[in-house]
Design a protein around this ligand. Sequence first.
Ligand code: PBG
Length: 338
Amino acid sequence: MTNAPLAAYPALRLRRLRQADWIRRLVRETVLTPADLIWSMVVHDGEGQVPVAAMPGVFRLSVKDAAAAAKEARALGIPAIAVFPHIDGAKKDAAGSLADDPDGLIARAVKAMKDAAPEVGVMCDVALDPFTDHGHDGLIENGRILNDPTIERLVAQGLMQAKAGCDILAPSDMMDGRCGVLRRALEAEGLQDVMIMSYAAKFASAFYGPYREAIGSGKLGTGSVENPGDKKTYQMDFGNSDEALREVALDIAEGADMVMVKPGMPYLDIVRRVVDAFAMPTFAFQVSGEYAMLMAAAQNGWLEEERAIMESLGAFKRAGAAGVITYFAPRAARLLGA
Ligand code: PBG
């Protein structure tokens, strides 16, 4: 027995609701389900599966395997797949000429996936970088990324994707005004049901590093006169948060149906602000570098792999995200019991 005065004890004991799994489950505020996942997937033009060295467990899939993966997504309850193309270096040029090729890899992959599993949504990046030899998302003139001429190419690319059967166009290029032009072009072509999920608040980030390897885009160059090796003249500065709200407001006004924040884990504050300010379906992209970081630590035995994966994904839901674009999607769905 203790003689301490009663007033010395806590009046409220928050630990009471943490004492057993059943009560923790009962009072849990947010939960992740397979329906929250968009499977980020890389396709290539060859046969079979090619491992991505910086992303253990991620493979570039052939078109045939991508179709099988779409069926797997359906079985796992994953609503949608975001597909990214690995393009042979020999097929790239400064203008990204093959970005709107109606017989190209993306068109074939989208068709194969929609044929295999029509119930699974397919999302395509609208951006030139997999197709440009310099790796930038836009056309370059005198060391500057051109805004409006790039948009013309993006519209051609987006229309090609939509005609191939893509359900969601995801402009990831960060050119000003591209959502509006894309939306008007879709309407004009009778493609009014095609959705736009804009990469609205996309930051110039070191965390996209492994993606370059995944899609075969080399070292960046010639993007601006003084500083050719990054995307800081079009992607956002990581010090900014109010500006993210202005980006999102513009994309909504231009006709985006859903918005995205990217990268994910280091930007959960932006996710929360966007959700609170706009009440729009807001997605977050857990990008290649986040995947690599978690896997590298896990493979060194420094993190408990499955717990860390599920905690990282659950945090997006707590921040208010409608869902997460992630390379962990099939694995997470299985861990959720799908
Ligand atoms: C292209 C694009 C990038 C990613 C998605 N679309 C790279 C970039 O903007 O440099 C990154 C995806 C990832 O890192 O997983 N605009």
